[in-house]
Design a protein around this ligand. Structure first.
Ligand code: PEP
Ligand code: MG
Length: 680
């Protein structure tokens, strides 16, 4: 056995990310590895166990390693802890300023939330379309084991059997979601698998059972105790883990108790699901034939219900006032994914109008899909490139089927995240090449690595940041890690020979950053004997939008990342659900920056596109066309719809609409203007 004493120097101790990095590293070794923190002992291969050590900055840990690979294991653990477990070594001398008291989140002004009519609630649209139907108030079935387990004794073997079945279910779910290209959902079930296989859980349950507790009680209490400890660590990432833990716990309990998913609490006829929140397991338990749409109190447009609804083509509204939860089951409701409204107790006329609108929407979608492959040419003859956003090979394949004329944004992060070592050049080359070959002659804009800040990579050293969104993100991170950056650029350049790859740098704030990146690219082109590659930048930072005319002298093209541009212009965290209703890219301030960007590009004969969510917003498309946008890149399911919308518009009529939008005072005014002028 080998052992080592070491001090934790991470600013916030062994919290979520460093703990996960440590556990992932430790799992690669065969040896048994224990961590002692005073009297507390943890199995280093269990995330839950490591988190419950409660190790803070300055904590002395003892690591014990016992097994064939103990020497290598101990050396690597020591070096990983000393280098900050993916967070970088915090400067010892620099005292951390004490955080100012958290400001109270401002209430959304009444007029913004105030419904236009007494029976209308304003939420945030998360997926387009209209749903009309009876309300189904979904309440997660609470399992009270005292009530349902009367006389049931669950043995250790039966628990093992339940765990194996839960594992099978989760593997199937992960597989199904991957097959459907729903990566975010697949990742959730993959994380659930990790929790289910956490050795700490079964060991604690076993210990409780040896003391005479029944498996049901032992399992339920172990899950709840661990979830509470994890939730109490006051880390937003971990509090989601606590919910996941409870979700996994319920799955196993239901199997042990023989409770079928298809029970009374699930809809058995077409309904609109209304809920405070939905867990991934809740969502997949619905029979999709019976779901007309979702209306959710919690969560923003990026919540997993929103992602799922978009993938299924169902309308969804999130951030709805919680009074919606008081509606009676079976009372009628209308949800409109186009403007984010929820109409309850609709009048006869309102129902009639909504039905009309829904039928139009269904017909519109049918025609759009039928004509997906026809070009997007406006009624007065201007062709607009409509391309897809992709994060994998399967997205690119879908984009082709949906009539996209290229990939306007290939997010390469999927190759880099959720792993303990960087992908090799060869690994990257193979993926980029397969995407390039799939798209053939059509252009694929490969965005170089856009991580850092809120998305750290465990295998690169980074300083902890107070404001990660304002920190070492995107191109800033890559320029500071030239080896990592060059490796990616080489892989893209080599793969480009097999198709039509363009390169795009994210988060560029000024010309110097672009020049440094372009220089590295030029050097690699010479080294690899490859002709000059077209390289553009994302416009996501207000400084870049304001300097667009200067940047356009050197940069080949612009693609406006409205998700980040809106966040930075309005100073609103894009992931904050409380601000979701105000986070609107149609805010005139954002529109003015977009106008400036397009103008700057055109002044120097360059093109400008959009690759943020705004590009597929039916209210934004006419304005963007009016401002002269050349290309729209979007989530793949929206491609046929936007192409169809473009065919019905006349640019000559949109220019004055766009100018009027720039003069509006709020995003709401802009939406009303478009609605009125285009009779939407
Ligand atoms: C954006 O910011 O608009 C964008 C497309 O990039 P991402 O959403 O990947 O940050
Ligand atoms: Mg962005």
């Amino acid at each position: 056995m080998k052992q080592l004493e070491i001090t934790i120097n991470n600013e916030t101790g062994l919290h979520a990310r460093p703990a996960k990095t440590l556990v992932n590293l430790v799992k690669q070794f065969k040896s048994d590895i224990l961590i002692w923190h005073g009297e507390k002992k943890a199995n280093a291969k269990s995330l839950i166990s490591v988190l419950t050590l409660g190790a803070s900055k300055g904590s002395q840990l003892k690591i014990e390693v016992n097994g064939d690979d103990e020497e290598t294991a101990l050396a690597q653990i020591e070096s990983a802890i000393l280098s900050g477990l993916g967070e970088g070594e915090p400067p010892e001398t620099q005292a951390k300023p004490s955080a100012p008291p958290a400001p109270k989140v401002a209430e959304i002004p009444i007029e913004d939330k105030k419904p236009a009519k007494a029976n209308v609630l304003q939420g945030v649209s998360a997926a387009p379309g209209i749903a009309i139907g009876p309300v189904f108030q979904f309440q997660r079935q609470e399992i009270s084991i005292n009530e349902v387990s009367e006389g049931v004794v669950i043995s250790w073997e039966r628990l093992q059997d339940a765990l194996a079945r839960a594992r099978q279910q989760l593997e199937n779910l992960n597989h199904q979601m991957t097959e459907k290209g729903m990566k975010a959902e697949a990742a959730i079930f993959d994380a659930h698998l990790g929790l289910l296989e956490d050795p700490e859980l079964t060991e604690t349950v076993q210990a409780r059972m040896q003391k005479g507790q029944d498996a049901l009680k032992a399992w339920e209490e172990t899950i709840e105790d661990s979830a509470m400890v994890v939730a109490a660590l006051n880390d937003p990432i971990l509090s989601a883990r606590a919910d996941d833990l409870r979700d996994v716990g319920r799955r196993v309990l239901k199997i042990m108790l023989g409770i079928d998913d298809k029970n009374d609490s699930l809809p058995d006829k077409p309904v609109v699901i209304v809920a405070r929140e939905l867990s991934p397991s809740d969502t997949v338990s619905f029979n999709k034939d019976f779901v007309l749409g979702f209306c959710i109190v919690n969560g923003g447009p990026t919540s997993h219900t929103a992602i799922l609804a978009r993938a299924l083509g169902l309308p969804a509204i999130v951030s709805v006032d919680e009074s919606i939860l008081k509606l009676k089951n079976d009372s009628y409701i209308i949800i409109s994914g186009s403007d984010g409204t929820v109409t309850f107790n609709p009048s006869h006329d309102e129902l009639h109008a909504a039905e009309q609108e829904r039928n139009n929407w269904i017909e519109k979608r049918r025609v759009a899909l039928e004509q997906a492959n026809a070009p997007a040419i406006t009624a007065d003859g201007r062709e607009v490139e409509v391309v897809g956003n992709a994060g994998s090979l399967s997205d690119a394949q879908k984009a082709l089927k949906m009539g996209a004329t290229g990939i306007g944004l290939l997010r390469t992060e999927f190759l880099f995240l959720e792993r303990t070592t960087a992908p090799t050049e060869e690994e990257q080359y193979n993926v980029y090449r397969s995407i390039a070959e799939t798209m053939g002659k059509l252009p694929v804009i490969v965005r170089t690595l856009d991580v850092g800040g809120d998305k750290p990579l465990p295998y690169i050293e980074m300083q902890r940041e107070e404001n990660p969104f304002l920190g070492e993100r995107g191109i800033r991170l890559c320029l500071n890690r030239p080896d990592l950056f060059r490796q990616q650029l080489r892989a893209i350049l080599r793969a480009g020979v097999h198709g039509n790859l363009l390169i795009m740098f994210p988060m560029v704030g000024d010309i110097e950053e672009y020049r440094r990146a372009r220089l590295m690219l030029d050097e690699l082109q010479i080294e690899l004997n490859i002709p000059r590659v077209v390289a553009g930048i994302m416009i996501e930072v207000p400084s870049a939008a304001l300097m667009a005319d200067v940047l356009a002298r050197e940069v080949d093209f612009f693609s406006i990342g409205t998700n980040d541009l809106t966040q930075y212009t309005l100073a609103m965290d894009r992931a904050n659900p409380t601000l979701a209703a105000k986070q609107d890219g149609l805010h005139p301030a954002v529109l003015r920056l977009i106008a400036k960007t397009i103008e700057g590009a055109h002044k120097h004969g360059k093109w400008a596109g959009i690759c943020g969510e705004l590009g597929s917003d039916p209210y934004a498309v006419p304005i963007l066309l009016g401002l002269g946008i050349d290309e729209l890149s979007m989530n793949v399911p929206s491609v046929p719809l936007v192409k169809a919308q473009i065919r019905g518009l006349k640019v000559s009529e949109l220019q004055s609409l766009a100018q009027q939008a720039l003069e509006c005072s709020t995003a709401r005014e802009v939406r009303e203007l478009v609605k009125k002028q285009l009779s939407m």
